[in-house]
Write a protein that binds this ligand. Structure first.
Ligand code: BMA
Length: 839
């Protein structure tokens, strides 16, 4: 087999007129126009409004390529287009080869008859997705909730048309590799491994499909290479009628793959070799991990469980939701993805959800998740809409499911398939009798031309089930029977429900009537696959898209970079409950960020204290695709917002947390490790200057994988006069001389607490690989935030609480610095804030 790459230099122009421009493939129309200096930088100020014309036009891309005589003589010649966005026609030597309509598919097209020896040409016409959607909008069944009628008619990243954190940039392009594959004699078409874990061994079943253009009997050999490079081979049993081949290989001492925080993530290599005697005609290689992952849903005393059981152990999942990584797809790179996923590992995540309004990530994303121990909760790409379930659409979707499930299924990291994002929740809205949805119900009635809403709903549900309860899971049963599937995220057991006692749920405190965030403890969710709160990106990020006069929360430009209805007002309304509203924009940004951290901490610590009943939280959202006010923990440039540091603490494998209420507090230890902990829990009630009012300690033993209430403190009896406006509780768990966890709590909203000026100071020490920051304060300081003026770095901890009698050591590794600094320079760059500055 040989390949002719069609990546590289092409020419492009608008299809109706215009000069030919240099173009890059893989790439996008917008990226090419940007390189040619013909469009504005899309993220700056309100440029989003100025670039929309680009997407109204059609474009054409052309290039030539050489085909050799011997290539032309191949048995099969296939044009492989791994990603084309979206509505296009592909011509080779002037002949139409295909019309595409799905950016999520891989197109493999027979072009054997259409090539000549010597110079050939390829031409791709890309049609405006906006015009396509506009034309199709008439068939939409969903009332225009997102302001994007017709978007569900196109198999393209749905968020490209705008989302409540995403700009509108509905681009076009040959966005993944394109090449011509020349095959001689025979080729492997598919290669797949399933696993049985029995009596301490793992039995691998390797299966391969092949195509053949010879009468000779061929052989298939499988080889498994261990992490230590030990190789076990097996001859495949050939089913020549069906061109299939299989073999079983027993791994005697399997090294199991575990998620981050639970153990190592060893990978084995599996190879299939198609042979003619001793000559290898074709080889395929994949990496696998030896593990079982099952989503367990069974009735229990609280309702129905929703827990990931990995290698037989029910693990608490902790992670965040991935959206697209860049509004312009040329912004994707392996390095950038690796940096993002390293930030997940550093913040103690063991999983990532790939959200259904985006796209199926590249192979390197899953390779990295395998290597880093991040379990992937994988949606199919359907979100918040009602999809047209007609025959053509179903055929298209089947192709998409097969392409992606075949590509992804072998990965150790793949933990769950989910049919879609939030469609069941949305259907629930239609069926409920909430007056808020009367308009929507009326529109459905019209769209269906049915006499009654009930008929319309019944029809929509029937179609929904056809796609998500039949078409997709039926395919998966055949091609990936070992990975669990759920219809939707979220999917309660009751059809179409966000049921806190059953299944997973999505929960946003501001969407449920703007309730105070402390009410989040009223529920003990089984599993939350979305939960979050918006905040502003870092000031350094804001500076990249604003002029100085834009830098205030209510400026028109800041509103352009806020896509959620009433988003800025919501942040401020919650801010007001805990802090004073800062005049200074930098402090405002800081307040918004720690608020988002506190809102999540409040709910997530509660869930982890209820480990067993609650079994996982995936926060909304991991990343941004442009600089914007959003729910993200990492902003567009990968900078850690406060909530990422909060996540690192509330997702720590050993969490020590306090549930405070009135003058009482219970201190819990949540042990998400496989080892029993025996240690000493110490607590002190302190005054705002950090003098101790009362203290205590006790020996505690916490079993593996469990949470325990270790101390019940009632300060109205412990101290003579408990002063909630100036007393705080500090607690730590130590074992064998090491601090395993700890923290502080106050008993009133921060603005009601009398903070003294903490006058936080920092001394810096330098070692070969890091700088050590010794942070100390003169009084109790809350959410101490460190930042460097012009340089980026990741601190080992940040936005932490500090008592006056303690020195907090924070490490900055030199490799995390965006620019080399001396200790002196680092100290000069340092900016320090705390809650004292915003109350
Ligand atoms: C849910 C998500 C996204 C959205 C988020 C915040 O609806 O699935 O669609 O961005 O909440 O509103």
């Amino acid at each position: 087999m040989s390949a002719i790459s069609l990546n590289g230099s092409w020419k492009m122009r608008s299809a109706t007129n215009g000069d030919w421009l240099d173009a890059s493939v893989p790439g996008t129309v917008f990226a090419d126009l940007l390189n040619a200096g013909l469009v504005d930088e899309p993220f700056y100020r309100d440029n989003e409004d100025k670039i929309q014309d680009v997407f109204e036009k059609d474009y054409e891309y052309i290039r030539e390529f050489e085909v050799l005589d011997e290539q032309l003589a191949s048995d099969a010649i296939t044009l492989c287009c791994e990603g084309i966005d979206t509505i296009s026609e592909i011509y080779i030597n002037g002949r139409l080869i295909v019309k595409t309509d799905n950016m999520h598919r891989t197109y493999r097209l027979d072009v054997k008859g259409g090539l000549i020896a010597g110079t050939n040409s390829i031409r791709v016409v890309l049609r405006s997705p906006v015009a396509f959607v506009r034309e199709r909008a008439q068939y939409s069944k969903l009332p225009n909730i997102l302001g994007n009628a017709g978007v569900e008619q196109i198999r393209k990243a749905q968020c490209a048309f705008g989302w409540d954190w995403g700009m509108k940039l509905p681009d076009m392009g040959i966005w993944r590799d394109i090449y011509i594959e020349c095959t001689h004699v025979a080729a492997l078409a598919d290669f797949y491994i399933t696993q049985r874990h029995e009596n301490g061994k793992v039995i691998l079943r390797a299966e391969a499909d092949y195509r053949v253009w010879t009468d000779k009997a061929l052989a298939v050999e499988f080889a498994i290479t261990s992490p230590e490079k030990k190789v076990i081979t097996a001859k495949g049993i050939i089913d020549s009628l069906n061109h299939k081949c299989a073999a079983e290989i027993v791994i005697d001492e399997p090294q199991l793959w575990w998620p981050n925080g639970c153990g190592a993530h060893p990978l084995y290599t599996a190879q299939a070799l198609l042979k003619d005697d001793e000559t290898v005609i074709c080889a395929k290689k994949i990496n696998i991990g030896l593990r079982t992952i099952v989503l367990r849903r069974k009735n229990d005393e609280w309702g129905e469980s929703y827990e990931f059981v990995i290698n037989g152990k029910a693990l608490f999942m902790m992670g965040s939701n991935l959206v697209i990584q860049d509004s312009v797809l040329t912004g994707y790179s392996k390095e950038r993805t690796e940096k993002m996923l390293n930030s997940c590992v550093e913040a103690n995540f063991n999983c990532v959800r790939v959200w259904g309004g985006a796209l199926y990530p590249d192979d390197y994303f899953y390779d990295l998740c395998d290597r880093l121990g991040l379990v992937v909760y994988q949606d199919f790409m359907f979100a918040c809409n009602i999809y047209p379930v007609n025959e053509a659409f179903l055929e298209n979707v089947k192709g998409e499911v097969l392409d992606n499930a075949r590509r992804i299924r072998h990965h150790a990291c793949l933990g769950l398939w989910s049919g879609n994002n939030e469609i069941e929740m949305i259907l629930r809205l239609f069926t409920g009798d909430d007056p808020m949805f009367k308009d929507i119900q009326q529109q459905i009635r019209q769209a269906f031309d049915f006499s009654g809403l009930e008929d319309a709903i019944e029809q929509i549900i029937k179609e929904y089930l056809k796609l998500f309860d039949e078409t997709i899971p039926d395919l998966l049963k055949e091609i990936d029977p070992q990975t669990s599937y759920v219809r939707s995220s979220p999917s309660g057991v009751k059809l179409f429900g966000n049921d806190f006692d059953r299944g997973d749920c999505h929960y946003y405190i501001n969407y449920v009537g703007m309730l105070p965030y402390r009410t989040q403890r009223d529920h003990t969710f089984r599993f939350v696959s979305e939960m979050g709160f918006q905040s502003y990106p870092s000031m350094k990020t804001i500076e990249t898209f604003t002029l100085p006069e834009d830098r205030r929360p209510d400026s028109p430009i800041m509103y352009k970079h806020q896509k959620s209805n009433n988003g800025n007002q919501t942040i401020e309304a919650y801010m007001r409950q805990d802090f004073s509203i800062p005049d200074d924009f930098g402090l405002y940004v800081y307040a918004s960020q720690i608020l988002a951290g506190e809102v999540q901490k409040y709910a997530i610590e509660h869930m982890r204290r209820n480990r067993g009943r609650s079994m996982g939280v995936i926060t909304w959202q991991l990343n941004d695709c442009w600089p914007v006010v959003s729910w993200a923990g990492l902003d567009y440039f990968g900078r850690w917002k406060a909530q990422q540091y909060y996540s690192k603490r509330f997702f720590a494998p050993v969490l020590v947390s306090a549930a405070e209420s009135g003058s009482q507090a219970d201190i819990y230890v949540t042990n998400d490790t496989f080892a029993q902990i025996s240690g000493v829990l110490k607590w002190s009630l302190k005054d705002n200057d950090s003098t101790t009012i009362a203290c205590g300690e006790e020996s505690v033993v916490i079993e593996a994988l469990c949470a325990q209430n270790c101390a019940q403190l009632n300060f109205s009896t412990i101290v003579k006069e408990f002063k909630p406006a100036s007393n705080y509780l500090e607690f730590t768990l130590t074992a064998h001389g090491a601090v395993l966890g700890g923290g502080t709590v106050i008993f009133v909203p921060a603005k009601e607490f009398t903070f003294l000026n903490p006058r936080v100071s920092v001394s810096v020490e330098e070692s070969e690989k890091s700088f050590m920051l010794n942070v100390s304060s003169k009084a109790y300081a809350k959410s101490v935030g460190l930042d460097l003026e012009q340089v980026d770095c990741i601190f080992s901890d940040n936005y932490f609480d500090l008592s006056a009698d303690a020195v907090k050591v924070v490490e900055v590794t030199k490799t995390s610095l965006s620019r080399k600094l001396t200790a002196e320079q680092l100290k000069d760059q340092l900016k320090i804030v705390s809650v004292y500055d915003i109350v």
